[in-house]
Write a protein that binds this ligand. Structure first.
Ligand code: ACO
Length: 428
């Protein structure tokens, strides 16, 4: 980093401080504010509009240009030419694997997919109609209780084993959450399948019949996993980092990420986008619905992004994947897809959306693809959590591996009562 440039901040009482300007390899410069507290003041940036919370070498986003790179590789190239496990290796280790490394990684992950049998009993504690995200927060957190042998976070080997376990076991738990919900028996992993095939087998297989994965649908889900694998310091990843900064174990940290992802402004958006399309119901109602958005009655789900002020590059890949899947399933005239395209067209030509730079994000089309694959709506955010697990654990690992990392501890602008004396109960 270039430390030679300086920003000078002067307070209204005349005191000033020189703050270094740092440059990354890509992206905007940042002003290093750490010395500011010497003046006895803090920065105030509640939703992190102008704050970089860490340095990272994992994912780069240029929101104005609509670019997304994992370890320098454009997302479009990875979605086209790579597979999910290879992307996981890349995110975790920094480089694409050689053929030998790739096979070794595949074998390790494949051989960690089973969960301790005792974990299966956790499911019985939940109501059958519990939201699968509620179940996931619980059972992924519960993994902490099973792996005391490798929870020394300062040991790189332990961190690696935990990362492998999370990557391997979260799909098994996700499929179990679904099976529990619909009242079907759990389907245990089968090592002959690829990572994505195996997940589909555990979701859709039954003990009664052989399961034959459809390669077009496998590829579509593989793309969804790749597109959701990481997205730098978003709300859930920042939650994982903050939880991890205290030294908490990675299973607990990932459970906190799942909780943060659940909200409709974040990972819950694909579920909300599909519900919205169903609510609109017909192409003839698009204009009326968009008017309601402009009147601020509700938001257009699957639109807008804190960082992208251009087309989300993941949305373009998702749109073409959507075409492929609907064609394969002979659903080209699918009503929701027609509706989504009309809604996108209407919004993109409307000044309200143009002025605010609101474009479709990845969730606008992913819901339609997931629905076509046969994944129920309440599992959409679980699929996102499954895919993002590698991003969370890679970011957590990067933070812990940095010897200078400290517990995350934001400050506040206190707006409460000034000091006052306690009032006895009879005098209140
Ligand atoms: N529909 C209608 N108007 C919107 C939308 C939307 N989806 N998103 C933003 N706006 C408007 C806001 O009302 C605001 O208008 P104003 O200037 O008149 O007040 C303006 O655009 C700026 O919006 P903010 O809310 O300040 O933008 P912010 O960066 O805080 O929010 C967010 C980003 C949360 C993603 C927002 O766009 C949103 O709620 N979108 C819908 C939910 C969604 O799709 N989330 C998925 C995010 S991607 C992901 O997690 C994978």
């Amino acid at each position: 980093m270039d430390n030679k440039r300086i920003a000078t901040l002067t307070l209204d009482d005349g005191r000033s401080i020189e703050l270094p300007i740092l440059s990354g390899t890509l992206g905007p410069d940042v002003v290093d504010m750490r010395a500011l507290s010497k003046l006895g003041v803090f920065t105030y940036d509640p939703a992190f509009f102008a704050t970089a919370s860490c340095t990272s070498a994992i994912t780069f986003i240029d929101g104005d240009a609509g670019l997304l790179y994992y370890r320098g590789y454009p997302i479009e190239q990875l979605a086209e030419k790579s597979d999910f496990l290879e992307v996981c290796y890349l995110l975790l280790n920094g480089e694409l694997p050689s053929a030998v490394q790739k096979e070794e990684f595949r074998s390790i992950i494949t051989h960690h997919t089973m969960v301790h049998d005792q974990l299966a009993r956790f499911f019985n504690g939940f109501r059958r109609d519990a939201h699968p995200m509620a179940v996931m927060v619980g059972v992924v957190g519960a993994l902490s209780a099973f792996y005391h042998d490798s929870l020394d976070i300062n040991n790189p080997q332990h961190r690696e084993i935990s990362a492998h376990r999370l990557l391997a076991k979260v799909p098994t738990l996700a499929a179990m959450a679904y099976k529990y919900n619909v009242g079907e028996p759990f389907i245990y992993p089968k090592n002959k399948f690829s990572y994505v095939e195996n997940f589909m087998y555990m979701m859709f297989g039954t003990p009664a019949e052989d399961y034959v994965p459809n390669p077009i649908l496998v590829r579509a889900l593989e793309r969804i996993f790749i597109l959701h694998a990481d997205h730098e310091q978003n709300a859930s990843t920042s939650t994982v980092r903050l939880a991890g900064s205290s030294g908490a174990n990675p299973f607990a940290c990932v459970a906190s990420g799942i909780a943060a992802l659940w909200g409709p402004a974040h990972g819950g958006a694909n579920e909300a986008a599909l519900k919205m399309l169903e609510e609109i119901g017909d192409v003839s109602r698009v204009k009326e619905y968009v008017q309601g958005v402009k009147d601020k009655k509700y938001k257009l789900m699957g639109f807008g992004h804190r960082v992208y002020k251009n087309m989300d590059p993941r949305a373009s890949v998702m749109r073409s994947t959507c075409y492929e899947v609907l064609k394969e399933l002979k659903l080209e005239n699918n009503k929701l897809f027609q509706l989504a395209m009309e809604l996108e067209k209407t919004a993109l030509s409307d000044p309200y959306f143009i002025e605010r730079k609101l474009y479709p994000n990845v969730d606008f089309y992913s819901g339609i693809v997931l629905r076509a694959i046969g994944i129920p709506t309440n599992m959409f955010t679980v699929i996102f959590a499954l895919a993002r697990t590698i991003g969370w654990v890679s970011q957590w690992n990067e933070m812990i591996a940095d010897a200078d990392h400290k517990i995350g501890r934001p400050r506040q602008l206190y707006m409460g009562e000034v000091k006052r004396d306690f009032v006895a109960l009879e005098k209140r």
